[in-house]
Design a protein around this ligand. Structure first.
Ligand code: 13P
Length: 287
């Protein structure tokens, strides 16, 4: 059964580790992430962007697929199904469809409007036991059409949003979706420390997990980050393994063109990337 992300993240914050949010794109992605979580006894969050939700034929299809897998694969570790960078309408649709967690990304609204909309969504979500993530500042780069300017969050605004009763807070601290440019300045730990000081036990979320060096990840966790989002890295691993299979001409050998064979190396590559991240984040054996 899907669970809200609240309990697993409160535990992670207290235990000084982070739970990975891995974005899903299709059946292979979902199965690979769920099996890796189960094999490593780790809690996990499945992230669904609005674009990926549309691609997978809508939120009802996603909920049906994930619930079906939880049962058939006998998944017993805590799993949250979470809307990533949701709009106000998208958040409401996911609450209706049976998601167990939502992110409302109101970071592009003036702070008053972000507060008003976040407050309303918290009321609707919490009445159904669904956890809520809010965002202050902006994550740089582009994810599935959501473009952020990379503004570093104002810790006082973070406190205002945290006080509304959100379950987790994403703050822009110089992180970027997608690959980091060679001249990237790194995460702003001074701002993160200030946010943590003002928001106390609130689990903080680090978006743009792809390509952040291990030492920065560890420092971010020590400063209160309890959820780390990874998307691009699984896509790169999948693409790389699939390219190697095709380039080696394996699709032309025997029945190598069978999609179950063609997609298998990418599937295994996603599993390896997810496991590596779970080890780095410290969530193994924390289910
Ligand atoms: P990356 O694609 O950079 O891993 O970021 C994922 C993310 O933050 C999803 O919200």
């Amino acid at each position: 059964m899907l669970v809200s992300a609240k309990e697993m993240l409160d535990k992670a914050k207290a235990g000084k580790y982070a739970v990975g949010q891995f974005n899903i794109n299709n059946l292979e992605w979902t199965k690979a992430i769920l099996l890796t979580a189960q094999e490593n006894n780790s809690p996990v969050i499945l992230g669904v962007s609005e674009g990926a939700g549309k691609y997978m034929c809508g939120y009802n299809t996603v909920v049906g697929m994930v619930n079906g897998m939880l049962e058939t694969l006998k998944i017993t570790v805590p799993v949250a199904l979470h809307l990533d960078h949701g709009s106000y309408e998208g958040a409401k649709a996911c609450i209706e469809a049976g998601f167990s967690s939502i992110m409302f990304d109101g970071s592009h609204y003036p702070i008053e409007e972000n507060i008003a909309k976040t407050t309303e969504l918290i009321g609707i979500a919490h009445a159904k036991g669904i956890s809520v993530e809010a965002e202050v500042g902006a994550i740089g780069g582009e994810e599935d059409g959501v473009i952020g300017g990379g503004e570093v969050a104002d810790p006082k605004e973070c406190k205002m949003i945290a006080d509304l009763g959100v379950d987790m807070l994403a703050a822009g601290i110089g992180n970027i979706h997608g690959k980091y440019p060679a001249n990237w300045k790194g995460l702003n730990f001074d701002v993160l420390a200030e946010i943590q000081k003002l928001t106390g036990t609130m689990p903080l979320v680090l978006h743009g997990g792809t390509g952040i060096p291990a030492d920065m990840i560890k420092e971010a966790i020590s400063l209160g980050v309890s959820k780390i989002n990874v998307n691009t890295e699984c896509q790169l691993s999948f693409a790389d393994a699939t390219r190697k299979y095709i380039e080696a001409g394996k699709d032309l050998e025997g029945k190598g063109f069978d999609p179950r064979k063609l997609l298998a190396p990418g599937f295994e590559a996603i599993k390896a990337t997810v496991k590596e991240k779970m080890e780095l984040f410290g969530s193994i054996d924390k289910a």
